[in-house]
Design a protein around this ligand. Sequence first.
Ligand code: ADP
Ligand code: ZN
Ligand code: ZN
Length: 734
Amino acid sequence: MPYAEVAVDAPIRGARTFTYAIPSGMEVLPGQMVQAPFGPRVADGVVVKLSATTAIDPVKPIYKADPLGPLLSSHRLELAHWMSDYYLSPLYDALALMLPPGSRGRTFAVVPRPGEEALAAMSDDLREGVGALFPGRRRLVREEALRARAGQRGQREMERLFRRGVLRREWRWRALRPPAAQAQAEAVPAIAERPLVATAHQRRALGEICATLEAHRHGAFLLHGVTGSGKTEVYLQALAMCLEGGRKGMVLVPEISLTPQAVQRFQARFPGQVAVLHSRLSAAEHRHAWWDIYRGRYSVVIGSRSALFAPLWPVGLIVLDEEHEWTYKQQDMEPRYHARAVATRLAQQADAVLVLGSATPDVAVYHRAATGQRLKLLELPERLGNGGAASRPLAQVQIVDMRRELREGHRGIFSRPLQAGLRQTVEAGKQAILFINRRGESGIVQCRDCGHVVRCTSCDVPLTYHADAGRLVCHQCNRRRRPYLSCPRCGSPRFRQLGLGTQRVVSELEALLPGVKVLRWDRDVAAQADAQEGVLERFARGEAQVLVGTQMVAKGLHVPSVTLVGVVLADIGLHLPDFRSSERVFQLLCQVVGRAGRGEEGGGAIVQTYRPDHYAVVLGARQEYGGFYRNEIAFRRRQGLPPFSRLIRLAFAHTSEAQAEREAARIGRALRHQREAWGLGEVEVMGPAPAYPLRVRGRYRWHVILRGPDPRLLLDKVELPNDWVVDVDPISVL
Ligand code: ADP
Ligand code: ZN
Ligand code: ZN
């Protein structure tokens, strides 16, 4: 067939392709990378379809076809198409996730050495720059290098010279070279680790999963059980069954829990068959792993969300461990996909089984399972002890009412019970963790005496204080009001912003227990290379008695000598202007409290709060998922929030605040206008409003949120400029 539909590497929203002619003598197939002209430039592309005819005239030809032939199967093309259509992202960006590492940006421009005439046409500055880049007999330089050398003024001059034809550019295409097949790298144990005998609950779960696996049918399961209830053992045995049946398996875990210990459990059970994909791999390691998977060397892939796109086929089982984790949603670049949604699609496509595992399932997911919407609930209700026989008790948890502490004259950030607990722990030679929820600490105003937080009367989200405007602002509807001087509920003058940094906690701790050894772990520390692992290892080795950290300490830290966990202020995140803030606080509390009492002698947790009556705090402290779920789903139903509606968030950022606000207002008007014009009354347009926090990396952020049974209906009616970010099913509306 003479024509090809090509997804081009360009910022074009949605699953759009362009038609090209296939020159005679060129072999091109769907799934193959090509190079093709695009506007004034040349771009990378992937062929998604061939066709015999076209209505387009004239049709430009494909320049080059990748000699490796097609790298993406029709299944992959279909999955990318779905992602791009559903998340409104460039089709090429979705396809690029599935291509071998290093296939991005293959097209580049080079500039041949300018002749005498061209040099004569240049300014002295540019000629000098060009001269330095062409030493000796050098014939070509990368256009990028020339631009970097030329500076801003020189670049404008270069542009003019290109247009006049005085300077020429030639397009090149970097070759993709698959690495040679690797020799078996590490020695693997001769005998695989023996599977444990499944408990009755595990047997029941495995029975359901394996029946579906054997039937080669699609099925989706939610495996609900606290940490230590034996979920991983279920994954391992289901995987064994899947491999026996001749198919392969994917295990997704949040990046932070992709620790060597976790990976070893899989490697010990399936020696030599497990490929690990994580962000710490070097480019070369990643490339080797990809091609080895492609060549069929592995039957199990374990990795973070992008492992979904590893070239593993045929897939019989996909596991998403800790399915509630927010890191499963790609938020900072296109496509803004959720791994759970893509895994569901992939499992349907492959007639594979999907297992979602969690101690604290996403409320919307649990609702699907509870109401039987193509998701079956499997429960592991017991924590297993060593050997799986005795079930261990959960940690003792004490909730401390900080309002009462204040009323009784204790103003410090540590309540009396927490002070006593810390002192005892340190004196007994044990270890403690102090946890601070940094997310959303600023802007929210709370009464220190009664705990009252001012909320928007129409959105029921907390108002946040904007110092520059001197106003309390709703981040969903932009309602504004003058700040209060005293608490509108109890009249207390101690009505101010929440806020507590790790640094402050560390210094108060040192004042409380002179000489105590403290380690700090937060985003600033973790940002330093390798510091993240370093701090945890040092704490686990006993180098400090207290670890002070943000939400990151809530995950993946097993230290048996930790006997006390203190949550310095449980409710900070509770007041974020976001519909998932309670869910988030509940999940964090469950995890943090679960850190306590891991050792032989059990342990305790102390949770400090101004809201000792809030269901997320009370039930999180008790790790009571069922009760939390019932409260939260009732709240979502009342408010018409997911899963009872769908959301699309449209966001715009600009260095000028006025410009950001104006553009947001313009789109808001366009949306409301189309809503009336098309009678789409069931789609609600919320905002425009400032996002939270308003300013990020020097840019002011505004957003509009669409809510309804199918908000896409309205979005499709509006021409949204390319510099707007579209987030379908956002995990938060901050
Ligand atoms: P989870 O993934 O829910 O945290 P794990 O599968 O890691 O739970 O199990 C917790 C502990 O119990 C592990 O040490 C594991 O080896 C052990 N375990 C799990 N299943 C069994 C079983 N059927 N018999 C004995 N021990 C088990
Ligand atoms: Zn008050
Ligand atoms: Zn509002």
